[in-house]
Design a protein around this ligand. Structure first.
Ligand SMILES: [Zn+2]
Length: 284
């Protein structure tokens, strides 16, 4: 039995998992302001899920993770002070338990490949593109997660979509994240007088401006997939994150307009938990 945690910038999702299934789950806000605040929230989340028979803690975390040592080598500004955080030492000192850690986007893809949208295409080359408040991703090839976890191999959000385009917080311009994150798309909708979260529904109802926006979304996504395919050739794209969930709910037919084979993620926001569990089981 494992306690699995998906440590994100906004929320800590957790579950007690046994034989690959979620037994109990919980979600709480990630602390902010200091490493101590984040660790305190993490400890509370884990304590709430421990039960007799728990033999390990399996973590999926935002940031760059050295998966061999379970150390965070670079934390996003939202996981304050987490650069250098050693999950193994933490789990041992706090709970006397073993611990593994994997980057959250890689965990989500691993989860989908083992238990979700990718479980019947494990012999194919698959990318996961997560369109949330940011844009993340991971790459699956030769039957396993590809690339060194601590490099920018599959940092799809910062691949260049538009030479000299919109400035990005990474210091470059024209990154995919500036066009296809939920934030970017909401901004685009507002600029066109559409509802930030509701433009796909407006398109479904036949609003012409919203239909044009949906067509632009397909064009942008197609171009992003082409940019990604040049560096990470793939057979299928699994689309996840809030934007993908919105498309799946409001206008799923958009997927068939892409020039690349694409499917929606099947595990929703639990993909990271399943991936963390599988990683701990050694199935990466
Ligand atoms: Zn960028």
């Amino acid at each position: 039995m494992k306690v699995c945690i998906d440590l994100g910038a906004t929320n800590i999702k957790g579950a007690r998992m046994e034989k690959g299934q979620i037994v109990v789950e919980a979600c709480s806000p990630t602390g902010h302001g200091s490493r101590e605040a984040v660790v305190a929230s993490l400890t509370r989340a884990i304590e709430g899920l421990l039960a007799p028979g728990t033999d390990a803690i399996a973590i999926a975390s935002a940031g760059d993770i050295d998966e061999a040592r379970a150390v965070c080598t670079y934390a996003t500004p939202n996981l304050e002070g987490f650069t250098g955080f050693d999950f193994v030492a933490y789990a041992w000192e706090t709970f006397g338990l073993r611990c593994t850690a994997i980057n959250d986007a890689r965990a989500a893809l691993l989860g989908e490949m083992c238990d979700g949208a990718g479980k019947n295409i494990r012999d194919r080359r698959v990318i996961m593109l997560t369109l949330g408040s940011g844009v993340g991703g991971a790459y699956w090839t030769n039957g396993s997660l590809a690339g060194s976890p601590a490099n920018d191999y599959a940092r799809f959000g910062h691949y260049c979509l538009e030479e000299g385009g919109i400035p990005c917080n990474c210091g470059r311009r024209g990154c995919i994240e500036q066009y296809l994150s939920g934030r970017a798309l909401n901004r685009m909708a507002r600029e066109r007088g559409l509802q930030p979260e509701g433009y796909l529904l407006q398109a479904k109802e036949g609003d012409r401006t919203a239909c044009a926006m949906a067509a632009d979304l397909v064009r942008l996504l197609d171009r992003a997939l082409l940019v990604i395919a040049n560096r990470c050739p793939f057979d299928v794209c699994i689309l996840g994150g809030g934007v993908a969930e919105g498309i799946a709910q409001s206008l799923p037919s958009l997927l068939s307009e892409l020039s690349f084979p694409a499917v929606f993620a099947a595990l929703g926001n639990r993909a990271g938990l399943f991936g963390a569990y599988r990683f701990a089981e050694g199935k990466a």
